[in-house]
Ligand binder design. Structure first.
Ligand SMILES: Nc1ncnc2c1ncn2[C@@H]1O[C@H](COP(=O)(O)OP(=O)(O)O)[C@@H](O)[C@H]1O
Ligand SMILES: O=C(O)C1=C[C@@H](OP(=O)(O)O)[C@@H](O)[C@H](O)C1
Ligand SMILES: [Mg+2]
Length: 167
């Protein structure tokens, strides 16, 4: 990474944003901040508890506020929650503040990756429901500066690809 811009990692649930961000951070020696973990720390509640107790709208407000706060900090790799692209305000901020990398992953593969995971309130065990949500969001994810297909790649390969597209 040549300049001081932030690096935003976007993509659907299970695309590997949080996992890839950690390894990318080690390789580029740039700190990583995950928006979900940031929210959990400030609210002292799990994302799933916020959804359950306060509702999705409240979570989305917290997500936007957190993104705005994180953007004011020093250069970071910012791994986002899958729904961050839903608000135009968030998409604009990310575009202004750095480079956006969309981690694409086949919906069948994400469904396999998250089969035993119950930490994501909007992830549906029903493949058709997930597909609908995924396809509705795709045009918004595609507004990114770079698109990386992660479907049959290891985390190491994905990081390597990100590094080379930033050079
Ligand atoms: N490239 C990959 N190949 C296989 N499994 C992966 C890959 N990237 C992430 N995973 C696994 O998928 C699950 C979701 O990863 P996570 O990083 O939490 O995704 P996200 O933050 O995009 O929702 C985790 O169990 C993680 O270990
Ligand atoms: O796609 C979404 O709407 C969400 C994705 C989650 O993050 P991950 O993409 O890291 O799973 C988390 O922010 C919340 O459960 C909502
Ligand atoms: Mg994540």
């Amino acid at each position: 990474m040549i300049n001081q811009e932030h690096l935003f990692i976007t993509g659907f649930m299970g695309a590997g944003k949080t996992t890839v961000g950690k390894l990318l951070s080690e390789q580029l020696k740039i700190p990583v901040i995950d928006t979900d973990l940031y929210i959990e720390r400030i609210k002292n509640k799990k994302v799933s508890e916020i959804f359950q107790e306060d509702g999705e709208a409240k979570f989305r407000d917290l997500e936007t506020e957190s993104l705005q706060e994180i953007c004011k900090q020093n250069q970071a790799i910012i791994t986002t929650g899958g729904g961050i692209i839903l608000r135009e305000q968030n998409r604009q901020l990310m575009k202004q503040q750095g480079k956006v990398i969309f981690l694409y992953c086949d919906i069948e593969e994400t469904t396999r990756r998250l089969a035993k995971d119950n930490s994501r309130p909007l992830f549906n065990a029903d493949l058709e429901e997930n597909k609908k949500r995924f396809e509705a969001r795709l045009p918004l994810y595609r507004e990114a500066d770079y698109v990386i297909d992660t479907t049959s790649k290891t985390v190491e390969q994905i990081v390597e690809e990100i590094v080379s597209c930033l050079e």
